[in-house]
Design a protein around this ligand. Structure first.
Ligand code: PMP
Length: 397
């Protein structure tokens, strides 16, 4: 019998020559466990997914309750099924008036695809504006918006009429014009290494979109669902998007995504052509049940209120000459080192000591710290102590 590790390497498609290769048998709360007694404190939440921790009991209950009723019944949007309907309602309650129409999909990339199609269809325009170091997914449309040439060059031709401007540079907002269908921005840039725009910049971006009739799409796939200390990150900037995308943390560990907009905008999918966006699994009842439980946990367990204090504790503890800077918006954190070589050595040592961190796609000298929001003070202290030990063991001053 081949081991799971051998099967993984032989039969599961690989996208790097150096996957992490940790074998995980089960997970609970902030911990993941290996087959030989290994225990890892998860500081990255499956890349921003396990905001309420692994296997939260209320998420499990919502899933098992739904399993007893039905799984997939029909492609998106034909049958009335309580889980997506109730989740759409609950999402609307978290949002400013007007953002009350939800299209469910199965992943973040798909949410971005839907949002961009919707903006093009509603405005009748073709240009999409995105930002340097943006990450919106890996499908061809979402990849076209990617702000790093090295990820795109081998896959051209991609979408035409995509313009990239510099993040947080007010002078470049003039490049958003009456030709622009949508501007898409991660409210807090994730893979760029946690880049938080200034409040005035976001407000000017919003104003420019309104002025020229372009739709503002905020991508909260990584920064939404409580990660930054408010339910949605945009709440901290005094702006409201025309379309919002979410995924990752919204499912509590189940696959789901959504793009959300006003009825008036979303209705344009009904004609020219009708069925303007189609998905088989979007709004899967089990994922929606898990997502509704996740949303309720965030609201009922005061997890979001605790984010700022937990983030402050990380910043207080993670002090070392090797740490150049810590950028964060709530528990979406980037700890900056001198180089990838230093960071990689620290990450590898920390893993051996049972703390799992990571770096960012477009920022390989910053350590990604984005633990489940359920992490306790004692667990934060432990994680920080291990990271500091790992630094000490790898860097000689
Ligand atoms: N947008 C952002 C901001 C993301 O961080 C990601 C995933 N890292 C995506 C979109 C794409 O999501 P998915 O991998 O579910 O397609």
């Amino acid at each position: 019998m081949l081991s799971a590790r051998q099967l993984f390497l032989q039969h599961q498609a690989q996208t790097t020559d150096f996957p992490l290769l940790l074998e995980i048998e089960r997970a609970e709360g902030v911990y993941m466990y290996g087959p030989n007694g290994e225990k890892y404190l998860d500081m990255i939440s499956g890349i921003g997914v396990s905001n309420v921790g692994h296997r939260h009991p209320k998420v499990l209950k919502a899933i098992t309750d739904q399993l007893d009723k039905y799984l997939h019944l029909m492609v998106y949007g034909e049958l009335v099924q309580a889980p997506p309907a109730q989740l759409a309602h609950a999402l609307a309650q978290t949002l400013p008036a007007g953002l009350d129409n939800v299209y469910f999909v199965s992943s973040g990339s798909e949410a971005v695809e839907g949002a961009c199609k919707l903006a093009k269809r509603f405005t009748g325009r073709t240009e999409l504006v995105a930002f340097d170091k943006a990450y919106h997914g890996s499908t061809q449309g979402a990849l076209s918006l990617n702000g790093s040439e090295s990820f795109k060059q081998s896959f051209r031709p991609l979408l035409p009429d995509v313009r990239h401007i510099r993040h947080n540079h007010e002078q470049e907002l003039a490049q958003i014009t009456t030709r622009t269908a949508a501007v898409i921005l991660e409210t807090v840039q994730g893979e760029a290494g946690v880049r938080v725009p200034s409040k005035t910049y976001l407000q000017k971006l919003r104003a420019r979109c309104t002025e020229v009739g372009a739709l503002l799409v905020l991508d909260e796939i990584q920064c939404g669902f409580g990660r930054t200390g408010t339910f949605w990150a945009f709440e901290q900037f005094g702006v409201v998007p025309d379309i919002l995308t979410c995924a990752k943390g919204m499912g509590g560990g189940m696959p789901i995504g959504a793009f959300i907009s006003r009825q008036e905008i979303m209705h344009s999918f009904k004609n020219d052509p009708m069925l303007g966006h189609i998905t088989t699994f979007g709004g899967h009842p089990v994922s929606c049940a898990a997502s509704l439980a996740t949303l309720q946990i965030l609201q009922e367990e005061n997890l979001i209120e605790q984010v700022a204090a937990k983030a402050a504790r990380f910043k207080e503890k993670l002090v070392h000459p090797a740490i150049k800077e810590i950028r964060n918006c709530g528990l979406m954190m980037a700890v900056e080192f001198d180089s990838f070589a230093v960071l990689k050595a620290v990450i590898d040592t920390a893993i051996l000591k049972g703390v799992l961190t990571d770096w960012f796609l477009f920022c390989d000298q910053s350590m990604r710290i984005a633990p489940p929001l359920t992490i306790t003070e004692a667990e934060i202290d432990h994680a920080c102590a291990v990271v500091l030990e790992a630094i000490e063991e790898n860097i000689r001053f």
